[in-house]
Design a protein around this ligand. Structure first.
Ligand code: PAF
Length: 278
């Protein structure tokens, strides 16, 4: 596995990969969820490139950039074992050289849900993903369903800017008790970790109502809110029942839809979603 930092080294080593290339962009502190993206890429592509870059422009002023967990040696060992060919670990100076002032922004899709409570977040995501796509030139790029809005926004950007990249969205990986895998889970103390299963339990309550025939979006949202209200350590930030692609809030569920939520466990913010219908 080759590890490179500069853009010129990345381009030179990318040229050496023949056949289709799968790309897994990450912010490091990797877990099995990331490795499942690498495995999907390995199954479908001749070569696999991964990036590790904690992107400062997608963190808000009150978010956890300085304390974002990092463990590069562990990440590289995991990627090597998973069979990645090339890893790019650019520095902030490589990605955002002095004078940087060009941004990529998807407009409507980013104004709701995560975008509403994290202003500027998706502008940072789409800018860095566009730069990563330009540098790596992948045929396919792999994202997790857990960050469902990110996947929808990246799909839109890819179509709108004609990137010749297929966006592949892979299922959320969960701990045995249902908690979605996330680097942020490491911030939880043991009480919060126990209580954090509320996201999975609340979404499961709404999903079983849907499976039993409930189609009212407000009713599904209420089921999630009521479940979270019963967990004293959890504070619901938002719950949504939206169209899968447009992310427009629904009145009733008829096609592919998504129930999504954000919850604070103390200072740690967790998100999760279930896809229904379609
Ligand atoms: O999902 C992430 O880890 C990040 O948002 C991404 C796509 C690597 C961009 O920084």
């Amino acid at each position: 596995m080759k590890i490179v930092t500069t853009l010129s080294d990345l381009r030179a080593d990318r040229q050496l990969l023949s056949g289709s290339v799968g790309f897994v962009p990450t912010m490091g502190f990797l877990h099995s969820g990331h490795i499942s993206l690498v495995e999907a890429a390995k199954n479908e592509c001749a070569g696999v490139v991964a990036s590790i870059f904690v992107n400062p422009t997608q963190f808000g002023p009150n978010e956890d950039l300085a304390n974002y967990p990092r463990d590069l040696p562990h990440d590289l060992a995991l990627l090597e074992t998973a069979g990645v060919d090339l890893v790019w670990t650019p520095t902030v100076e490589v990605m955002y050289p002095t004078g940087f002032q060009t941004w990529v922004q998807v407009e409507k899709l980013t104004q709701r849900l995560e975008g509403e409570v994290r202003p500027g977040h998706f502008r940072g995501v789409t800018t860095v993903v566009a730069k990563l796509f330009n540098a790596v030139g992948p045929d396919r790029a792999y994202f997790g369903q857990k960050d469902a809005q990110q996947a929808a926004v990246v799909r839109r950007m890819t179509r709108d800017l004609d990137f010749p990249v297929e966006i592949v969205v892979c299922p959320t990986l969960r701990e045995p008790d249902g908690l979605a895998m996330s680097s942020r889970n490491t911030y939880l103390n043991s009480e919060q970790r126990r209580a954090a299963t509320i996201l999975f339990r609340a979404l499961s309550a709404a999903k079983s109502a849907y499976d039993s025939g409930e189609r009212g979006a407000e009713k599904l949202r209420e089921l999630v809110s009521a479940a979270v209200a019963a967990e004293p350590l959890a504070k619901l930030q938002y719950v949504s029942c939206s169209d899968y692609d447009s992310l427009e809030e629904l009145v009733s569920v008829s096609g592919k839809a998504m129930i999504s939520m954000a919850v604070f466990m103390g200072k740690t913010r967790l998100i999760d979603n279930f896809v229904i219908g379609g």
